[in-house]
Design a protein around this ligand. Structure first.
Ligand SMILES: *[C@@H]1O[C@H](CO)[C@@H](O)[C@H](O)[C@H]1NC(C)=O
Ligand SMILES: *[C@@H]1O[C@H](CO)[C@@H](O)[C@H](O)[C@H]1NC(C)=O
Ligand SMILES: *[C@@H]1O[C@H](CO)[C@@H](O)[C@H](O)[C@H]1NC(C)=O
Ligand SMILES: *[C@@H]1O[C@H](CO)[C@@H](O)[C@H](O)[C@H]1NC(C)=O
Ligand SMILES: *[C@H]1O[C@@H](CO)[C@H](O)[C@@H](O)[C@@H]1NC(C)=O
Length: 588
């Protein structure tokens, strides 16, 4: 079933409040005083997602403290119960048996003590060896946004829903010392055990240096900062939401955060407040030296590897012991204006959780939407052995393409026609290469791929495509998710997101999976080597007016070897858990 179009009129009233103000807070915590308690009267459904995680209304940002406990996945997230912009943040709470169908509970954490009276910001869960969970989170105790770290524990360990959390009076557990910038000190990680101590990271900055401070403790209550940060990088600015985890050097299984040693590498991911993008490195964690050493040859900074080359931020992983996977969760903000968010009554979605593991090359991580998502697959259509000559676009019909899962493998007879890769582009971001070499630019091998959320006369479309270039000693593959033609609407952010795909082309094949869901297109190139998420807001290509094509604009003929596309059903979303323990006045 698909949500029906809802032609709610724009609330002209809100136009009166068009004055935005910023109190000088960082990009992550922009304050819009006029908007943050403007209660949502109507929720505009047109661009709401069908199967992505979204609360019924209002603002959401970072996923917090994902964990598995007594048969349930727990998801907390930064949520404004009073409006569609950032503010009044509480930890909203949902639970699921399968990471796809979600029931909601009362907020788990909200300002209630002196040490978090002005905010309960992001944090993580740690499941201790005895099975008990503990949450570490950033509390704001003063009006000036100074940041301290607190902990919370479940009130009732027998309750699998973990409805109620207690914030003990010995909080805070970590105060910034004089060497730490107390206005830039947040987002504690999951704790891990190493060399006789528990350890956590806290994101920070020292002038322009991005820093992951390392703290250690024997009892999880008294924490001491180590002599040196675990890692820091000049010129990267504030590190938000650090995530540090071990990966196995072979296979797809995940690891408990405390595992280290042979056949284990570590990944360190940070969210850069200055660019609002993330990057990660792979490397070695030395327990004794209390240091992390990124592998040689990896870019450790703005141009580094990304989990997603599009709209993806404040991500966090957790280890799922029930399936031995490491699961990654990211947040995608809106690409429209604050005014439009207020008009539509909601802002922010979480992306589909992804399994992450190490590529056999050891040089990057791989990702794939959790297999549980496939339970939502409904009607299926297929294409095979479909030739695409230059300029062809062939429609994929018979499913709800605005709410779909598409998996396709393309092949090409040869790479001879690949255009040379201009050495000048090596200095550019992939996004800029995509902007120069868009889907319309006639190429050699590519552009070919999917044309998602397209209107009948192609006034609007979001192409997700490959383009293969010839570089000095090998080929360079670009994957683009180009929002520039996605909408005729105004005031939208429409970047040509792109990333290079480090893939072996000897079999002359490239695969692509795209999760299309009304205003989001989440794509995975070459089996999860490169992921890109775009937020788009078509005005014509909505609901059954949206069309899907495969296309080729390169001179080399491309074959759609095999395409499977499914209509996606709606999951259970935001249904309150029955028999609540207590009513919470903060719950809307
Ligand atoms: C915030 O205000 C408190 C109380 O006045 C002060 O102790 C603290 O140092 C301030 N923090 C920052 C980061 O300015
Ligand atoms: C704790 O949770 C269990 C399981 O839901 C419930 O039976 C019990 O009544 C709860 N105890 C308290 C004190 O609320
Ligand atoms: C401390 O952090 C705040 C917030 O990011 C920033 O405005 C300030 O410049 C920082 N101070 C130093 C010395 O880095
Ligand atoms: C393919 O190229 C033609 C000619 O430039 C253009 O009109 C068409 O929009 C292109 N297709 C896509 C998907 O960009
Ligand atoms: C999401 O919104 C766009 C458009 O306003 C901004 O350009 C991005 O910086 C922002 N991303 C994040 C992570 O906040």
């Amino acid at each position: 079933m698909m949500a029906m179009p809802n032609t709610l009129s724009v609330l002209a009233l809100f136009a009166l409040f068009f004055v935005l103000s910023n109190n000088g807070a960082e990009a992550s915590h922009k304050i819009y005083p006029r908007f943050q308690t403007l209660s949502v009267e109507n929720v505009n459904q047109v661009h709401r997602t069908g199967y992505h995680f979204q609360p019924p209304r209002n603002w959401i940002n970072d996923p917090n403290a994902p964990m598995y406990y007594k048969g349930l996945y727990h998801l907390f997230y930064q949520y404004n119960p009073k409006g569609a912009v950032w503010g009044n943040i509480v930890w909203a709470h949902s639970v699921s048996k399968d990471l796809i169908n979600w029931e909601s509970l009362e907020p788990a954490l909200y300002p209630s003590k002196w040490f978090d009276n002005y905010g309960c910001w992001s944090g993580s869960a740690t499941v201790l060896p005895n099975g008990e969970p503990v949450i570490f989170y950033t509390g704001i105790a003063e009006k000036n946004n100074s940041q301290i770290q607190n902990y919370a524990v479940p009130a009732n360990l027998s309750d699998p829903y973990l409805r109620e959390w207690v914030k003990p009076d010995d909080n805070p557990i970590v105060n910034p010392d004089v060497s730490v910038n107390g206005s830039a000190f947040r987002d504690p990680t999951t704790a891990w055990w190493a060399d006789g101590h528990w350890r956590i990271l806290i994101g920070s900055r020292r002038n322009h240096v991005g820093v992951a401070y390392l703290y250690r403790s024997r009892d999880l209550k008294k924490w001491a900062k180590t002599k040196h940060p675990l890692h820091s990088v000049q010129g990267t600015g504030m590190w938000e939401c650090p995530d540090f985890f071990p990966v196995l050097s072979f296979g797809e299984n995940g690891l408990d955060p405390s595992v280290n040693g042979q056949n284990v590498k570590h990944a360190l991911k940070v969210s850069l407040d200055l660019t609002r993008y993330e990057y990660y490195t792979l490397g070695t964690y030395d327990n004794k030296k209390e240091k992390y050493f990124p592998d040689e040859g990896l870019v450790d900074g703005w141009g580094g590897l990304r989990l997603d080359y599009g709209n993806f931020y404040a991500s966090k992983t957790f280890f799922d012991p029930s399936t031995n996977r490491r699961i990654l969760w990211g947040w995608a903000n809106e690409s429209d204006s604050v005014q439009q968010d207020t008009n539509k009554g909601w802002a922010g979605i979480l992306l589909i959780p992804r399994k992450v593991w190490l590529d056999p090359s050891g040089k990057q991580l791989l990702q794939w939407p959790v297999v549980e998502l496939e339970k939502l697959r409904g009607h299926n259509v297929q294409l095979s052995n479909q030739k695409l000559n230059q300029g062809d676009h062939v429609q994929v019909k018979g499913i709800t393409v605005a709410q779909a899962d598409v998996d396709v493998t393309f092949s090409f007879p040869s790479l001879d026609k690949a255009e040379p890769f201009d050495p000048k582009w090596a200095k550019l971001d992939a996004l800029d290469v995509c902007a120069q070499k868009g889907s319309k630019d006639p190429g050699g091998v590519g552009p070919f791929g999917l044309l998602t959320l397209a209107s009948e006369n192609l006034e609007e479309f979001t192409p997700v495509f490959f383009k293969v270039f010839k570089a000095v000693d090998k080929h360079k593959v670009l994957l683009c998710s180009d929002a520039r033609s996605s909408s005729l609407g105004e005031g939208l952010y429409k970047p040509s997101f792109a990333g290079f795909v480090d893939v072996d082309l000897t079999d002359k094949k490239l695969s692509l999976r795209s999760l299309i869901d009304h205003s989001v297109v989440e794509s995975f190139g070459a089996g999860g080597r490169t992921a890109i998420t775009s937020r788009v807001y078509p005005t014509i290509a909505v609901f059954e007016k949206a069309l899907l094509y495969v296309f080729n604009n390169g001179s080399e003929t491309i074959t759609v070897e095999n395409l499977n596309a499914w209509s996606m059903n709606l999951p259970v979303m935001n249904v309150p858990v029955k028999n609540r323990g207590r009513e919470n006045p903060r719950n809307e």
